[in-house]
Design a binder for this molecule. Structure first.
Ligand code: NAD
Length: 332
């Protein structure tokens, strides 16, 4: 049976990375039926919204999507398609594994972290308004339900994947009610999983410790905004945004996408690194139960990275996006 997948190419560097990833995934011999759906600014004039209903319907029907990045206008314009997608489909868990890769030089050779980020609420929901002309108010909502749900996800993930420790990230010393509720919820859920070590760190201290001794940490459990920021920090530890993969998971559907955005300055130039989206594709294969194919893609990609000849500029190479994909396909 072919896997029917919604493919959202995205914009900026999205379409070229989606194309590269699609070719690599198809080279495994697994059969996919791609239902290509456009979202973002390009569809605004046609549908009056950057996230038309038929895109959501396609994901609900297929239950799995692979998505390229989508640009969000800064300080004006339409609401983030990425946030809307996560909220509409209740993709409450954002999973971002962050592991050192062979051949990718960084000052940190042995990073093996997983960021589990709450994906539906917090300041990141963008609920805000002007108060008169000279003040703006953003509303940070943290609920017990969403906090317990993401904490449970993190502990269950830890057990399923042989992880030993979960660290909650918060600022409950200052935001005693909202972050306090998040931390209290994590502590309550931690008590259900005595086999997994649990501790917590204040977010600023967490950032400092991550750049000094990332090897001390394992699974990081964070509310939406801190999770967003820490994910990019962790990507930096392993070689940059070009190599950091992710998944948005809910109870009924899943959307796989890289941590990075649409990097508009590199759009359409065959320059961007496809590794992050290909590794997101590996997470998708695992989710589909295609564990062997997932392992093969990962191995082929790691071999190309280790060889270092056919890698993109951000990894010190001269290959374009499509040439790097070709090298991975040859290795497969
Ligand atoms: P970005 O992640 O797009 O890029 C930041 C920098 O990281 C780039 O300039 C580039 O130097 C590097 N980079 C990122 N991806 C790379 C790749 N694959 N290969 C090589 N280098 C890469 O972040 P930004 O510039 O802050 O955001 C651009 C747009 O993307 C914004 O509109 C933002 O809202 C959007 N965005 C979308 C998503 C998403 O769709 N999930 C996520 C983050 C940002």
């Amino acid at each position: 049976m072919p896997h029917r997948i919604t493919l959202i190419p995205g914009d900026g560097i999205g379409p070229e990375l989606s194309q590269a990833t699609r070719r690599v995934l198809e080279a495994t011999g697994i059969v996919f039926e791609w239902e290509v759906q456009e979202a973002g600014e390009a569809v605004m004039s046609r549908y009056g919204t950057p996230l038309p209903d038929h895109v959501l319907e396609s994901i609900r029907r297929n239950r799995v999507a692979l998505k390229g990045p989508i640009t969000t206008p800064v300080g004006k314009g339409f609401r983030s398609v990425n946030v809307a997608l996560r909220q509409s489909l209740d993709l409450y868990a954002n999973l971002r594994p962050c592991r050192s890769l062979p051949g990718v030089k960084t000052p940190f050779p042995d990073v093996d972290l997983v960021v589990v980020r709450e994906n539906t609420e917090d300041l990141y929901a963008g609920v805000e308004h002007m108060v008169g002309e000279d003040a703006a108010e953003s509303i940070k909502i943290i609920t017990r339900k969403a906090s317990q749900r993401i904490a449970r996800f993190a502990f269950q993930y830890a057990i399923r994947n042989g992880r030993r420790r979960v660290t909650a990230v918060h600022k409950a010393n200052i935001m005693k009610l909202s972050d306090g509720l998040f931390l209290e919820s994590c502590r309550q859920v931690a008590a259900e999983f005595p086999q997994i070590e649990f501790d917590d760190r204040i977010v600023d201290n967490m950032c400092m410790q991550l750049v000094q001794k990332p090897g001390l940490y394992d699974v990081l459990l964070a509310p939406n905004l801190y999770g967003d920021i820490i994910s990019d920090l962790c990507a930096g530890l392993i070689g940059g945004l070009g190599v950091a993969a992710g998944a948005n998971l809910g109870d009924s559907s899943a959307v796989f996408e890289a941590v990075h955005g649409s990097a508009p300055k590199y759009a359409g130039q065959n320059l961007a690194n496809p590794t992050a989206l290909i590794l997101s594709g590996v997470l998708m294969l695992e989710h589909l139960g295609e564990v062997q194919a997932a392992g093969r893609v990962k191995k082929a990609l790691e071999a190309v990275l280790a060889e270092g000849k056919s890698v993109t500029f951000d990894l010190g190479g001269h290959a374009g996006t499509s040439e790097m994909a070709d090298a991975i396909i040859n290795m497969l």
